[in-house]
Design a protein around this ligand. Structure first.
Ligand code: SF4
Length: 406
């Protein structure tokens, strides 16, 4: 029997762009972090709402949990159970974010023609890419009509919908081999309430079954086949962000790019510890080198952060600090251990124990909205917008600003 690599749709951009990452990551740990767990719990709340017809408000202050097997649940009170590896109270922010997602789907369904709605639906792309399957957050299908495939993103890293390999893969899986429902158009919908975007938090992209299949046959299937054949080519880009090889600081391509971007005098991935490269004066870089450094900046920053985190983790676990480093006490921060006790013990100071500050513009808008008011009217003339300028890649959707002096 042929064993196929497990090709995850959520990592599809990474393995399509950097096929060698599959081999490099094969034995690397890829533990979920708190953000991933919180995202899993938000998905769980969303699923409960869609399946049971609940308002997300119902789950405010409930407890979400993730167990050792990666499963999740929400409950009013945390019951016993030793396999809970992560717990998180469903807070106002999570309820508001899930509500955006649930409301969009409910509004869409209301205007569709008797769609079949599937929540947390397992879909298979194996007819194009053996070893590839996943779970779509929600699918609404009008037979012989429109199919909408929803992907809820809880994170703050902006995810675009156009040409998004994960969303397209789910679209292919939801449509199925041979398009048995006779779907005429597919709409991929990404709902990302926690990440501001010029196109809004709900982003849609439509394409025909033929266009989607063309991508599946021309891009997805050959990409999966290359991995099957043991392709080792590495290529760095924005898809590296959550790559275990980067998080563990072991990707040779990242190191090569990092030093190659500015022509540092080394081509060795195994730099000796003392070989600290001399970085050129920014004023001496060519425009091409500046562009290259700026393009790679997010990658470098997050890689450096990952390397530092890994080194500290090793030191804390007793595996030793890297040569030339040691573990020392960090900067201490103090906070109240129990605010109720503080208030009780210092009550003779009355209001002096409080520091009252105005809420931020965003908090004030939220408060006014929650009380049924209109922030645009109540805050008219009170907000000063101070917008600076920044550099952005050419493909950024914001309009380019001309310099004041030329
Ligand atoms: S960090 Fe980037 S270049 Fe390295 S293996 Fe991962 S995806 Fe590929």
């Amino acid at each position: 029997m042929t064993m196929h690599a497990e090709l995850s749709p959520s990592a599809s951009k990474r393995w399509l762009m950097c096929p060698g990452s599959m081999i490099l990551n094969k034995d690397l740990p890829n533990p979920a972090n708190d953000y991933t767990h919180i995202g899993t719990i938000a998905h769980e709340v969303a699923e409960c709402c869609l399946v049971r017809g609940d308002d997300p408000e119902r789950y405010l202050d409930w407890w979400g949990f993730v167990n050792a097997q990666g499963g999740a649940g929400v409950m009013k009170e945390l019951g016993p159970g030793s396999d809970k590896v992560f717990t998180h109270r469903v807070d106002r922010d999570m309820v508001d974010a899930v509500k955006v997602y649930v409301d969009v789907i409910r509004a869409d369904i209301a205007e569709m023609c008797g769609p079949e709605v599937k929540v947390e639906e397992r879909v298979s792309m194996e007819w194009l890419a053996p070893g590839m399957f996943g779970t779509a957050d929600c699918i609404a299908v009008e037979p012989l009509g429109l199919m909408r495939v929803y992907d809820y993103k809880n994170g703050r890293t902006v995810v675009e919908v156009e040409n998004n390999p994960q969303a397209m893969s789910y679209g292919l899986g939801a449509m199925g081999e041979g398009n048995p429902f006779g779907i005429e158009e597919i709409e991929l919908v990404i709902i990302q309430p926690n990440a501001p975007h010029v196109d809004g938090v709900v982003r849609r992209w439509r394409l025909t079954p033929e266009e989607l299949i063309a991508w599946g046959v021309g891009t997805l299937a050959p990409g999966a086949e290359a991995i099957e054949l043991g392709e080792t080519r590495l290529k760095a880009g924005d898809w590296c962000q959550f790559c275990p090889a980067k998080r563990q600081g072991v990707c040779p391509e990242i190191r090569r790019q990092m030093f190659g971007a500015i022509d540092v005098e080394t081509d060795s991935a195994d730099l000796p510890v003392q070989a600290v490269p001399t970085l050129p004066d920014p004023g001496m870089l060519t425009p091409d080198q500046v562009a290259r450094v700026l393009t790679l900046e997010p990658l470098f920053s997050s890689w450096l952060k990952d390397v530092k985190a890994k080194a500290l983790e090793d030191a804390q676990a007793g595996r030793g600090a890297p040569p030339g480093f040691k573990m020392v006490a960090g900067r201490s921060s103090r906070k109240w251990s129990d605010e109720t006790q503080v208030k009780a013990r210092l009550s003779r100071h009355r209001q002096d124990v409080y520091d009252i500050a105005l809420k931020s513009v965003a908090q004030m808008e939220k408060m006014i909205k929650a009380k049924g008011g209109d922030p645009a009217i109540e805050l008219e003339g009170l907000i000063e917008v101070n917008r600076g300028v920044m550099l952005a890649p050419e493909q950024d959707k914001r309009k380019a600003i001309e310099p004041m002096f030329t």
